[in-house]
Ligand binder design. Sequence first.
Ligand code: OFO
Length: 168
Amino acid sequence: MINDKVLVLLNDQIELEAFSSFQYLSMCAWLEHQGYPGAAQFMARQADEEMMHMKKIFAYLTSAGGRAISPAIRKPQEEFDSFKDAFETALNHEKKVTEAIHNIVYESQNNRDFTTFNFMQWYVAEQLEEENLFATILNKIQLLEKDNSSFYHLDMELANLQGQTAKN
Ligand code: OFO
């Protein structure tokens, strides 16, 4: 059985993953509107991945005898100062998601909920991958910052770039 405190945290995480999906959809819309269809496609894929992350916790809770709550979604950020700002916002958001996931891992171990502890290991690995993905893109943006025309090429590259789990 899932520990009561961990159950609350897992339902909070369902909300956070759903919010992440909406945040990336919002970035997708902003990037498309700014004339970056490749980056918009990239964000649309991230939005799909986050929805999958949400459903995975939902299914786990149900299979482990817990009650999953379908969340109300907070309004995501709609406007960004620049292409770079959108990706910085995404990386900072992923860092917060990582903290929340590590907290669930910590509490599941503390409360001897080893089934959840085991389940959450996939998320720990996934967060490392996602933080690295956004950090790599930000490094590229920083390198290209002095040459605006290069953003066109980065935008094209983002059309095909995705994380490992999306390929599996
Ligand atoms: Fe990128 O947040 Fe899900 O786990």
